[in-house]
Design a protein around this ligand. Structure first.
Ligand code: PLP
Length: 382
């Protein structure tokens, strides 16, 4: 292994990003909802099979829009995993509503539908399902719960662009979905995101919320003759430079996915023997899903094993971070979320044992070195 560092993630240019930035400047509109925003919205709607896609400046922003569209009020509850990024819970807490954390399934690391059903109360308004590592949650089971209790079903699909569940793409599996184009995700624009909608009746309100609570979108389409303040909202839309960069990436989405999946498969092959021997556990695709190569993780024996692995890799200049600190144990989680009596044992266990390996477009040159160093960690103990 060379002395040079292998980062966990490295953003890459993959297509016409720079040419499109120049084109956006030449077109003379740098604010949002111009040429490249329209192209990106259409492309994301096509990729996800959603009725409508709206670029936002982050997945966090898309989740905040979703929370407004759910009409959350103080006292309302939203069921979600604790094993997720803070934005899933923040969006709910910002409305004065309470995140209610449920445990994950030990195999899929996605929220457990049985625990979800058990967490429903008469204050429950929505389920926010996270597709961890890009593998979709069990959306049919969650949809049944949502239908039975008249709840909205929101996908936190931040990691899941290009993944499928029973042949249907992430982004078309609930009432709405939030995507991220943060530079650590598969398709990037630095910061960026999108909200996709499956329900036509939510589209017009989503446009209004995204445009500071005004009906500017209808005005631009000539449907009203002046625009005005009609609802609550904020500035959730990115400028055209972000959209232009993003569109360069979206055009290459399939190629990016295939390259990431090849890296994922190479890791899976390299650690198959260790997994077979029960030394590590590898990601498993939940039934009827396909992933998008977003993340490859190993589950080690316990936190000591995991931390020793991270230190071993770091000594060779390879960055292998752990992931979420469970939100139910975080200070803001304790303050804003509803408490669960018996804790979340699977979440606590998995979060202590999980480590993520470098996986990014262009890692082809470095992946064998990562594997070699990692395998040395396991060899040293026998
Ligand atoms: C990355 C991520 C987010 C936040 O995305 P941003 O675009 O950075 O706001 C939210 N939820 C999950 C599950 C994520 O992985």
């Amino acid at each position: 292994m060379t002395a040079s560092k292998t980062p966990f993630n490295k953003p890459s240019m993959v297509g016409k990003e720079v040419a499109y930035l120049q084109e956006a400047i030449d077109r003379g509109q740098l604010s949002g909802d111009g040429h490249f925003t329209r192209l990106s919205n259409a492309r994301i709607a096509e990729m996800t099979g959603a009725r409508c896609a709206l670029l936002t400046h982050s997945c966090t922003a898309a989740l905040e829009m979703a929370a407004i569209l759910c009409d959350l009020e103080p006292g309302d509850e939203v069921i979600m995993p604790s094993f997720t990024f803070v934005s899933t819970a923040n969006a709910v807490a910002l409305r004065g509503a309470a995140p209610v954390f449920v445990d994950i399934d030990a195999q899929t690391l996605n929220m457990d539908p049985e625990k979800t059903a058990a967490a429903v109360t008469d204050r429950t308004k929505a389920i926010f399902a996270v597709h961890y590592a890009g593998f979709p949650a069990d959306m049919d089971a969650l949809a049944v719960i949502a239908r039975d209790h008249d709840l909205l079903l929101v996908e936190d699909a931040a990691q899941a662009l290009g993944s499928t569940y029973k042949g249907r793409p992430a982004g078309s599996l609930g009432d709405m979905a939030a995507f991220s184009f943060h530079e650590t995700k598969n398709i990037i624009s630095g910061e960026g995101g999108a909200l996709t909608l499956m329900r036509p009746d939510l589209v017009e309100r989503a446009e209004i919320i995204r445009e500071k609570g005004t009906n500017r979108s209808r005005f631009l389409r000539g449907q009203v003759d002046k625009y005005t303040w009609v609802d609550i909202g904020s500035s959730f839309l990115p400028g055209e430079l972000v959209a232009a960069f993003l569109y360069g990436q979206l055009e290459q989405a399939e190629a990016i996915k295939l390259r990431r999946l090849a890296l994922f498969d190479r890791y899976a092959e390299a650690f198959a023997d260790l997994a077979g021997a029960g030394r590590v556990r590898l990601p498993v695709a939940p039934p009827d899903t396909t992933g998008n190569g977003h993340m490859f993780y190993l589950l080690l024996r316990d936190i000591e094993d995991r931390d020793a692995f991270i230190a071993h890799m770091r000594a060779a200049g390879i960055i292998t971070p752990f992931h979420y600190v469970p939100l139910h144990s975080a200070p803001a989680g304790r303050k804003h979320a509803r408490f669960i009596g018996n804790g979340l044992p699977v979440t606590d266990d998995i979060s202590a044992r999980l480590v993520r390996l470098p996986l990014f477009y262009g890692l082809e040159d470095g992946i064998e070195g990562v594997i070699e160093v990692a395998q040395r960690y396991f060899e040293q103990e026998v």
